[in-house]
Design a protein around this ligand. Structure first.
Ligand code: GDP
Length: 328
């Protein structure tokens, strides 16, 4: 915590060759753009800082190769760029020849690691929607091997790269981005613990703590995540958010969600989805069996305890009551 009533927002750089998909990722994840609309995005030629920081959990910048900057240019200030950076997401277009991308990846890793050895290197093998399953695995193996070989040759055996197969046409981009953000939250083990206690005491199967605007999950309990459950919860956020935006009570300083916001959806397979607001930016979404929802009073009560726990973890200052206590 930075002591000012919010958490220190992780800074992420989104890098990669031009046309690899960086702006599309930003628009789809943080601006609710539909994937098809990205076909008409114009290329950007400068470092783009996103200005949505106030309403989401992460801050990030987009950097394009080539031309935009050169590491060995005297005007390039590595300390400034990498010093306070938590993670670099390097986007590689898997539908294209990636030889150039790999060499840029390695020069980026070398430069950034020298300045800041704590940076996490996250490689998005992107646009895999056009690849067969076999081809996906093979591409990941090939990129993994070549990147690591290059780094070894340069004497960087201690550097760890993580790889993800992503596409903006399904939830894989949200899943991968969520994992990147989670690595930067130092309170994660405590959050997971709180969620574990909450679900086991409430008869809940799965619980996600969501950043409402981006639908990234910043934490979940320690049972395995399956994509279908995650997608279901994402859809619920959309439904709840849209309805609140249309019909919710609005005021200057509050979004459509407030302390009392909740949403319950009964599915026809005896499953219930349960959503509660945690802060201005965060919401809890749970999946449980309908029988267990008979004890809704218990779940509501446990949720209030959980919310208090989460607020304590992030050391929130409760100015003006819980409703105004927002994480960022
Ligand atoms: P940038 O220059 O790195 O910001 O790249 P853009 O975001 O402008 O994307 C370049 C092109 O790739 C656009 O036409 C996008 O529609 C397309 N694109 C981005 N992500 C994906 C993806 O996951 N799958 C496919 N098939 N195309 C994508």
């Amino acid at each position: 915590s930075n002591g000012s009533g919010g958490i220190r927002k992780p800074k992420i750089l989104l890098m990669g060759l031009r046309r690899s998909g960086k702006s599309s990722i930003q628009k789809v994840v943080f601006h609710k753009m539909s994937p098809n609309e990205t076909l008409f995005l114009e290329s950007t030629n400068k470092i783009v800082k996103d200005n949505i920081c106030n309403s989401t959990f992460v801050q990030f910048e987009i950097w394009d190769f080539p031309g935009q900057y050169e590491f060995y240019d005297s005007t390039f200030d590595g300390d400034l760029c990498f010093g306070d950076c938590g993670a670099i997401i390097f986007v590689i277009d898997a539908q294209d020849d990636y030889t150039d991308a790999l060499s840029k990846l390695c020069s980026t890793v070398r430069k950034a690691y020298k300045v800041n050895p704590d940076i996490k290197f996250e490689v998005f093998i992107h646009k895999v929607d056009g690849l067969s399953d076999d081809h996906k695995i093979e591409t990941q193996r090939d990129i993994h091997q070549r990147a690591n070989d290059d780094l070894l040759d340069m004497g960087y055996q201690g550097v760890h790269l993580s790889f993800y197969l992503t596409s903006i046409y399904d939830h894989s981009i949200f899943e991968a981005f969520s994992k990147v953000v989670q690595k930067l939250i130092s309170e994660l083990p405590t959050l997971e613990n709180l969620l574990n206690i909450f679900i086991s005491n409430s008869g809940i199967e799965k619980a996600f703590l969501f950043d409402i605007l981006s639908k990234l999950y910043v934490a979940t309990d320690s049972s395995p995540v399956d994509m279908q459950s995650y997608e279901l919860c994402c859809d619920m956020i959309d439904v709840a958010f849209d309805i609140s935006t249309i019909y919710g009570w609005k005021s200057e300083d509050k979004g459509p969600f407030d302390n009392e916001s909740q949403c319950v959806i009964h599915l026809n397979n005896s499953t219930v989805l349960y959503l509660r607001e945690v802060s201005r930016c965060l919401a809890l979404v749970c999946i449980l069996r309908e029988d267990n929802f008979e004890k809704q009073g218990l779940i509501d009560y446990n949720f209030v305890c959980l919310r208090e726990g989460i607020h304590n973890v992030f050391d929130l200052k409760m100015t003006g009551g819980l409703t105004n206590g927002c994480l960022i």
